[in-house]
Design a protein around this ligand. Structure first.
Ligand code: CA
Length: 230
């Protein structure tokens, strides 16, 4: 199997080296660039599977690197930010970062985040091959990652979409919260699964029709299921 290639753009040399060693130990192939301009150049010239991008960088800051990279490429980015403010996070995700991690972080947390990222990505690739794109009167538009009911287009966030499509690929089968949290979020087994319930609620609010039974049934203590009418 070819190693996933990760570009680390980070000017704190010790941190960059430490992160690199740990990732290499996990079997990833890493490259370090210690300023924004060189990092951007490298990201444009070679194809990486993931970029770990520091926010505060000499020459070009992380926002600018992400912004310029996004004009050319969709390489996924995990933003590393020392500034723990909501604005930075939102701005980071707006300019096309896929996730963020706040410094200082425990290395295990970063490794878990990277593993989660690749696991989720594998699942999303599988969803792109998904065959089952209708459920009752709901029709999935895979190109635009939206769902339709008749002429009505229901906009879903990426997570809501992945969640719905995952349930639709298992029509008639109960899908456990643990399975959903692992597939849709990429989190390791044994993590908190409340997030699943929260997103099921979001999803129901968007797709269900007032006064009608929900498309998604709760199976108490177990998970969720979408069942065709008998
Ligand atoms: Ca820095």
């Amino acid at each position: 199997m070819v190693s996933k290639k990760i570009l680390i753009i980070e000017d704190e040399k010790n941190l960059a080296r430490f992160v690199s060693l740990e990732l290499e130990h996990e079997g990833y192939d890493t490259t370090i660039k210690d300023n924004g301009r060189l990092g951007l150049e490298e990201a444009l010239n070679r194809d990486y599977d993931l970029i770990l991008l520091d926010l505060m960088l000499p020459e070009l800051d992380g926002f600018e690197v992400a912004r310029r990279l996004r004009k050319e490429k969709e390489t996924p980015i995990i933003m590393m930010t020392a500034r723990d403010s909501t604005m930075d996070r939102v701005a980071g995700l707006d300019i096309g970062a896929d996730d963020y991690i706040t410094k200082p972080f425990a290395i295990e947390e970063l490794l878990a985040r990277v593993r989660a990222f690749f696991r989720r990505e594998d699942h999303v690739h599988a969803l792109e091959q998904a065959e089952n794109t209708t459920f009752r009167d709901l029709v999935i538009d895979k190109t635009n990652r939206t769902v339709h009911r008749g002429k009505k287009v229901i906009d879903l966030t990426r997570r809501e979409y992945d969640l719905l499509l995952t349930l639709m690929q298992n029509v008639g089968d109960v899908v456990t919260r643990e399975h959903l949290v692992s597939q849709v979020w990429g989190y390791e087994e044994g993590t908190e699964t409340n997030v699943v319930d929260v997103y099921i609620r979001y999803l129901r609010n968007k797709i269900d029709i007032d006064g009608h039974e929900s498309y998604i049934q709760t199976v108490r203590g177990l998970g969720y299921v979408m069942r065709e009418h008998k």
